[in-house]
Write a protein that binds this ligand. Sequence first.
Ligand SMILES: [Zn+2]
Length: 350
Amino acid sequence: MRLRIADIDIPPESMTSVEIPVPGLYAHAPMSMPVRVVTGKERGPILLILACVHGDEINGMEIIRRLLSNPSVRKIRGAIVAVPVVNVYGLQAHSRYMPDRRDLNRSFPGSERGSLTSRMAHIVVRELLSIATHCIDIHTGALHRYNLPQIRATLAEKRNLELARAFGAPVILDSESFEGSVRHAAGKMFNIPCLLYEAGEALRYDELSIRTGVRGLLRVMRHLDMIGKATREKKADFDPLIFKQSSWVRAPISGVMLDSRQPGDIVDRDEILGWIGDPFAEKQAAVINPAAGMVICTTNIPLVNEGEALFHMARFDGAAGPGMHDTLQTYRDIIRISDEFLGPVAGGPE
Ligand SMILES: [Zn+2]
């Protein structure tokens, strides 16, 4: 199938690099957003994969690198439009934000004559979102915060639920998109299914998150008949856990956090999530879990301020069933042993 992005014609059955021009730097150095487009012979879904919309959330960059080198994507139906780094400025500065200190994922759909960030959002909408039939936006936790690999989507929209199940992350969180996000623009402006994949931590590569992401994208492409069925992975292997709500548990006092629960831990109501102590070992306070749930995000830095969000808990009704532990264990086993999701090894002949 043919595509046209940034005035470049992309022929069928090709892998094409497109540099979308974006506002330049102070020194008049030109800037662009590098995009890789893979097209098949036949028309089909156009899957837009965005990473680093927040410039320091880099797992998605590696997920896309591995996906593009996977033999399955050499022959596809439809097209993949892969953007390893949307916020090229933020990546350079190791920052979530744009140079004008705005948050790109709060600025969609943007406008042609708005702020730098608004213009950037507009470029993404005009060149990429407007041609896509499906979108997956890859993020990570913030600095020092680790997200258990999870899909967030508006599940009332059936196409989102199907896509989320197909992706096969261990956890799916039903969540409305917030205004200004890629997901909001995808749903409201273009009425296309869009998933947010949240996994790992800012400025770190996390192998579990990366493999889950590569596997998820391949599974979505299979679900959309863009690539053939897997030879090795015969069935879903586990059903993702679907949660309807979540909430943060905050620090009751300031201090250093010790002995905290880990992502994926299932914690009942009134159980202790961690302890906050002082440097003299004189005072300590327990962080109590107010309602049963699974830890889906933790802070990794032990220094905490009173009121700081420490644990993101996916909530469920009643006590945890043993099935939840089994699901997570099965998931971890699959991801660990499978080499299908490993990328090309760096290096090679001198
Ligand atoms: Zn993000």
